[in-house]
Design a protein around this ligand. Structure first.
Ligand code: ADP
Ligand code: MG
Length: 308
């Protein structure tokens, strides 16, 4: 069956049937959802748009992964503010000749992400288009005053990353070569956002960002917003097995966290390794990022993902 045979109402009923009970006051089915706002909390609100042929290729990325990642990337953004993700809307546009089986598998990925990250689908919108567009808009909560911005890094702070870097870029390379069964490919298709670490460490960090565009690009965002320079040490950066230096420094879609803290952080939080890779220094006229490799310091240009 094709999407045009199912129709808009059929599709919405299909989604509603699969995501019936939520933690929300009112989920899918009315003009809008109703959500409870815990007292003493700010809402953390973000969205991320996934576009076919820009962010994924139907021939390479399984529909389940497209659905899973659309949710995971928002979970990562909420977590990078120190927040706890709660609810999301899904806006979906797809061609009429798309097999409904693709949608069913995509929704399976969304369902899996809902379980893994304890979030609920509460509504959305549906349209048609020549390519698949999937936009997830997520709302989370953070205690008032506890959110962590990009702008708080201060000279003397230590720079940490969670987990290892480079596996997503390596995984995409492996997928393109036809290997979907390696750890790296799985990490690319089903990332593990570090939202719990974000919420757990919020009180002790000055700045935080998730690695969505690549270490060099995302750390530069912290340096830019904080008006400081970040110095990192190549030999200290934890890389995935088999990843190249390029993939470790610049690879995107890692969904690890960069944490900037005034005091030493524990070696692991929530079972995930935390590694110090450098420090924040006063703004350096040479640039926002300095890389020390083999004892030699040089300016590091941001690489990684670029739209347009
Ligand atoms: P309206 O005409 O008021 O915009 P819709 O017919 O678009 O209403 O949507 C009806 C209900 O279905 C709403 O509760 C909406 O949130 C939900 N909905 C529509 N599309 C989606 C989707 N892609 N995913 C989840 N819920 C959806
Ligand atoms: Mg609508």
């Amino acid at each position: 069956m094709l999407l045009r045979d199912l129709g808009e109402n059929g599709l919405i009923q299909r989604i509603r049937g699969r995501f019936p009970s939520t933690n929300a006051v009112l989920g899918i089915g009315d003009d809008a959802a109703l959500l409870r706002v815990p007292p003493g909390c700010h809402l953390v609100y973000c969205s991320d748009l996934v576009v076919e042929n820009t962010h994924f290729l139907r021939g390479i990325h399984p529909a389940e992964s497209v659905g899973y990642k659309a949710v995971a990337v928002n979970v990562s953004d909420v977590g990078a503010m120190g927040g706890t993700p709660r609810y999301f809307l899904l806006s979906l546009a797809a061609p009429g000749d798309l097999p409904v089986s693709w949608i069913d598998t995509f929704l399976g990925g969304i369902e899996r992400a809902c379980k893994d990250f304890d979030v609920s689908l509460v509504g959305g919108d549906t349209s048609s288009s020549a390519q698949i567009f999937a936009d997830v808009a997520m709302v989370g909560t953070v205690p008032e005053g506890a959110a962590v911005r990009r702008s708080g890094a201060t000279p003397g702070d230590r720079i940490y990353v969670t987990g290892v870097l480079g596996s997503s870029a390596l995984g995409l390379e492996r997928l393109r070569a036809g290997d979907s069964d390696s750890d790296a490919a799985r990490r690319h298709l089903y990332p593990s956002p570090r939202h719990r670490i974000g919420a757990l460490s919020a009180a002790g960090v000055h700045a935080m960002i998730d690695v969505s565009d690549g270490l060099s690009t995302d750390l530069a965002h912290i340096a830019e917003e904080s008006k400081v320079t970040a110095r990192i040490y190549k030999e200290r950066i934890p890389g995935a097995d088999g990843a190249t230096a390029e993939q470790i420094l610049h690879g995107g879609e890692e969904y690890e966290l960069i944490l900037v803290a005034p005091e030493e952080l524990p070696g692991s939080i929530d079972g995930v390794g935390i590694t110090q890779i450098g420090e924040i220094v006063a703004p350096d006229p040479r640039g926002k990022l300095l890389l020390v490799a083999g004892g030699v310091e040089s300016v590091l240009a941001s690489g990684g993902w670029r739209h347009f």
